[in-house]
Design a protein around this ligand. Sequence first.
Ligand code: HEM
Length: 400
Amino acid sequence: MTTTSTPLDKWEMHPRHFWLRGIRPEAPVEYDPEVGMWHVYGYPETLEILGDPATYSSEVAARYVSPEQAAVAFDGNLTQADPPEHQKLRKLVGRTFTLKMVAELESRIAALTHELLDRIEGDTFDLAEALAYPLPVIVICDMLGIPREDRELLKEWADQSLMASTQLTTHQGDKAQEESLDTQAEAAMAMGFYILELVTQRRAEPQDDLLSRLVEAEVDGERLTDRQIVNFANLLISAGHITTTMLLGNTILCLDAFPDVDRRVREDRSLVPTLLEESLRYLSPLAAGYRVTTRDVEIGGVRIPEGDVLEVWFSAANRDARVFADPDVFDPARTPNPQIGFGRGIHFCLGAPLARLEGRVAMNILFDRFPKLRVDPDDRPTFLTSPEFTGVWRLPIRVD
Ligand code: HEM
């Protein structure tokens, strides 16, 4: 497989994410005084961290707010929980978000994709606005049972939070960070009140939807509290929103940059699932996650004291030459491809089967409907600015 110019050369994506440009990190783990945390770039080191939640805790966000705020904002948010609380929560929500339920959505996702693409007029359009953004939002909102007419409201809150997201630092008194966290907290609170109203309705009158199942879910006699349901639904809406949008957008960027791959996958559609895995590896939508050490540790040749924060770069680990042969080559048939774009271990993405399904269905329909689909050479894509995400905000497309 040969590559000539990459999406990174074509569009200036994340200039500081050097690994996306084929540059190897000097060390797998290194301290960054600018943000006051450790960057983890290596794949084996990342697996070690994700596999040891007792040493590398996920309760990171709570460090940046008061204990009262943390109790309100993060109770029920799986990504911020450690065992045994995490296990209990995951078991409860796992009962409601099942593989079978996701698989049954396939025809609905296909119909929705066609419906959204039918609305396109002309031969240039923004693929993010037309499909990549609304598709996952509609799917997750329908699953939860959120009324259609309220979707714009949710979009506003989710966008508000997303646009405010910046590089986290551990430095006290960082004004930009305080403002960003305040904006995100405001958006989460507004969404929380809205969801709470729906939860109250479902307690009185259960429906056939995920919110009702969350209200009724029970493990060992324990049920989720209203606050936990609200925070979990909030997480689903945010996670279900942007990440799959980025997966679709990034895949299109790669196909545009590598026309030989585009031709190959169009000729052999059995490659669509591995194309998506390679897209997740090559441009990982959720570029990083955070952990905090619960004791002094040694990892990647450095000593890290207890209480330090680590920014674990899934996206850099996915380019680790110790694990991936020719890591900067985009190979739609890469086998094996142990990419960690969905994370690993106890926090492995709960929505991975849904994201994979949405990606496969949408890509096949895009191939069917548009024999030629390329990024509009006269209108540049725009990207999410938060370093934690690798993805488009706008993706102007030209279909000839
Ligand atoms: C967790 C990525 C789609 C729900 C995660 C994690 C990653 C990730 C990397 C682990 C974070 C960590 O360990 O710190 C992605 C990507 C997606 C995607 C790349 C799309 C391409 C979705 C969707 C949903 C979802 C569609 C739900 C509708 C979740 C939840 C967790 C999670 C609930 C937390 C799991 C836990 O902590 O136990 N995701 N995600 N994700 N994701 Fe996704």
